[in-house]
Ligand binder design. Structure first.
Ligand code: PLP
Ligand code: COI
Length: 359
């Protein structure tokens, strides 16, 4: 595919952009441009366009608005010390978008076109990538695809549209690196066997919200879901994977059962952890093991991870009838994994694994 890039405009004045970049928060302000690529079943992918950021016009009968045929991705662009801009394993995001597309009966965007779409947007909006050395800041990139055909019958749409938008990002959780609290949802599940849990589709997030609301009612930052078949095994949070650090040096995370998202941060941490000398395990983890492990001291640290959350220490787990706190401070292994990952992403250490791609 080629991209037309002649409609560049700076929507937001430089002073306003500077104000946003000084304290971006997460997902609040979008940049000046967006990328769009249209697809039709007969014609395939059209060439892409870089457009001024703005509202999109959709037929009210567009299937995405009725049946939720939508998928998305999340990755970041990082500024290095020499001013260059890099992304982390974008091919992995491209491949996950293709897997999500297969599950949601949407078209697969080839990997090279996915990476190019991000390059085109970051090139136009490079002034929106926060400076090197401004903490955990980056430009968050949000590729997504919607079923845009106007048709009310239930079948895969014959027209889809892919977009990329971007938003400068600081820490996902405000308040610095302090352990977050999790609410154990027993009323709600996020995904079920044979469902869409392993796909990154909007519906999974919609179905996580009631649990998230309940978490907030119990004073917790996030919700943790169990498997929906047996209500026994830990799955993941609404938007992050979970890891446990055992006192004996094991690093344990729920295995991929088809009902959780295959996090790119998760898979990177499995590799980094093993290189650090931790014994990594992917397996089913009963929720009781968390409670018992904290009580016995066998579990030393718990953390959540994801593109937005990076590596976030978890302190307290609350459930209907009790709670346990593994730690009130970020753990040592958690912080070491976090720093190792961030140092790589910001180019402070050499990329020996071929994970960084210049944009
Ligand atoms: N799990 C869910 C449900 C998510 O939304 C995310 C975020 O993308 C993750 C896990 C972590 O995935 P990644 O590390 O690829 O960002
Ligand atoms: C991401 O980490 O990219 C996500 O999509 C998760 C969401 C909580 C923002």
């Amino acid at each position: 595919l080629t991209f037309t890039t002649n409609s560049r405009t700076d929507r937001i004045p430089a002073e306003e952009r500077a104000r946003v970049l000084a304290d971006p928060g997460f997902g609040k302000t979008m940049t000046d441009h967006m990328v769009r690529i249209r697809w039709t079943r007969d014609g395939g992918w059209e060439n892409g366009d870089l457009l001024p950021y703005g509202p999109i016009s959709l037929d009210p009968a567009a299937s995405v608005l009725h049946y939720g045929q939508e998928i998305f991705e999340g990755l970041k662009a990082y500024r290095h010390e020499d001013g260059s801009i890099w992304s982390f394993r974008p091919q992995a995001n491209a491949e996950r978008l293709q897997r999500s597309a297969r599950r949601l009966a949407l078209p697969e965007l080839p990997t090279d076109d996915f990476v190019e779409s991000i390059k085109v947007l970051v090139d136009a909006d490079q002034d929106w990538v926060p400076d090197y050395g401004t903490g955990e800041t980056s430009l968050y990139l949000r590729p997504f695809m919607i079923a845009s055909e106007a048709f009310l019958g239930v079948r895969p749409a014959n027209e889809a549209t892919y977009y990329v938008i971007a938003s400068p990002a600081g820490a996902y959780f405000s308040g610095g690196i302090k352990p977050v609290s999790l609410w154990l949802s027993t009323d709600y599940a996020r995904a079920g066997d044979g469902g869409t849990g392993a796909a990154k589709c909007g519906g999974n997030y919609a179905s996580s919200l009631a649990g998230q609301v309940q978490a907030a009612e119990y004073g917790c930052d996030q919700v943790v879901f169990l498997d929906s078949s047996t209500h026994t095994y830990i799955e993941e949070l609404g938007g992050m994977n979970l890891f446990f650090v055992y006192r004996d040096g094991r690093l344990v995370t729920p295995q991929l059962t088809g009902t959780i998202l295959e996090g790119i941060t998760r898979s990177s941490i499995l590799q980094l952890g093993s290189e650090m000398g931790l014994t990594v395990e992917e397996r089913r983890i009963p929720i009781q093991e968390w409670k018992d492990g904290v009580a016995s001291g066998e579990i030393a640290e718990v953390f959540a991870c994801g593109t937005a959350a990076v590596v976030t220490p978890v302190g307290t787990l609350k459930w209907d009838g009790g709670e346990c706190t593994v730690s009130t401070e970020p753990g040592e292994a958690t912080m070491k994994i976090r720093e190792t990952l961030l140092d790589l992403q910001y180019g402070k250490t050499a990329d020996t694994r071929g994970w960084m791609q210049r944009l």
